[in-house]
Design a protein around this ligand. Structure first.
Ligand code: CP
Ligand code: NVA
Length: 335
């Protein structure tokens, strides 16, 4: 088994395929340990005096707050740099920015559009870089999701997760490739027009071989849902695609997570997860606009499912902090 206090030193966390099943599970178990320490009030300042830059090209509630709180708990100073704050690619290349940040900070978190940017930051900064979401992957979210599944079901190996909705989004890519890697069976259920590209399916095959699970990519809800232990969904329109609401509502309405979908799992203890934010009611600016324009009260999940005992979305959100703390501590910590 990998050692969380030794085997990750100096590494970046850019995409799931860079880590083995054993390493993934080690980080999840380390996060559970750090969560217990936090709840017991035991200090765990493994990164005392270090500095982390938090780069956000896109907005964030959970990822930003998780990195901020986790790094402070570890004894670090986090510096938030939003889209308008630094040059990154506008007036200065990502390479040059990386070289500057690497001379001042001990680690960098990046959320943005391009996977190439986060990879370039890692290549040129010389310090660990953490992917806080790109258009292609959302790897820190995976650790939180799998910790939550382990807490709820007591296992990962052999459990079946069905993702419903936009199956070529960052979340679908990550759940497919990382879920298979840690031993889940993963079903992606959405319209054919939004099925993942061939390179992602190839990575899924390699992950399935490593983790031992099976995968299914289908447009048929009746094929995907029965037997599922976890029903997962995400927004139908990801950040940067805000012109696609009409198209996505037309394509994805049959894939909304409703009580009928939860019942169709055939498992009374099936859980519902969502990375959040979620469109489950009309109490947001977008929610009201969508109601006015399309006359619907929710998008990817009904309010009934979102507020049901099957939903563990807020534990999942909390686990972002514990799992991100595990990644920072494992890659930078002194024990
Ligand atoms: N799930 C997630 O990444 O949330 P934020 O966009 O709020 O960071
Ligand atoms: N697919 C979503 C995930 C948000 C956490 C997006 O990229 O906006």
């Amino acid at each position: 088994m990998a050692d969380p206090r030794k085997d990750f030193k100096g590494r970046s966390f850019l995409k799931e395929i860079d880590f083995t099943k054993d390493e993934f599970v080690t980080l999840i178990d380390f996060a559970a340990e750090l969560k217990a320490a936090k709840k017991a009030g035991q200090p765990h300042r493994y990164c005392e005096g270090k500095n982390i830059a938090l780069l956000f090209e896109k907005s964030s509630t959970r990822t930003r707050c998780a990195f901020t709180v986790a790094s402070i708990d570890l004894g670090m100073h986090p510096e938030y740099l939003g889209a308008g704050d630094i040059q990154l690619g506008k007036k200065e290349t990502t390479e040059d920015t990386a070289k500057v940040l690497g001379r001042m900070f001990d680690a960098i978190e990046f959320r943005g559009f391009s996977q190439d940017d986060v990879e370039a930051l890692a290549k040129f900064s010389g310090v660990p870089v953490y992917n806080g979401l790109t258009d292609k992957w959302h790897p820190t979210q995976m650790l939180a999701d799998f910790l939550t599944i382990k807490e709820c079901l007591g296992k990962l190996d052999g459990a079946t997760l069905t993702f419903m909705g936009d199956t070529r989004s960052n979340m679908a890519h990550s759940l497919l490739v990382a879920g298979l890697k840690v031993g889940l069976n993963v079903h992606l259920c959405g319209p054919k027009e939004l099925h993942p590209a061939a390179d992602i399916v190839e990575l899924a095959e390699a992950s399935a071989a490593e983790g031992g699970g099976k995968f299914l990519i289908t447009d048929d809800v009746a094929e995907a849902v029965p037997g599922s232990d976890v029903i997962y969904t995400d927004v139908w329109v990801s950040m940067g695609e805000e012109d696609k609401f009409a198209e996505r509502i037309a394509l994805l309405t049959p894939y909304r997570v409703t009580k009928d979908v939860m019942d169709a799992t055939g498992k009374p203890d099936a859980i519902f997860l969502h990375c959040l934010p979620a469109f489950h009611d009309t109490n947001t600016v977008y929610g009201r606009q969508i109601k006015e324009q399309f006359d619907i009260d929710c998008m990817e999940v009904t309010d009934e499912v979102f507020r049901s005992p099957a939903a563990h979305v807020f534990e999942e959100a909390e686990n972002r902090m514990h799992t991100i703390k595990a990644v920072i501590a494992a890659t930078l910590g002194e024990f």
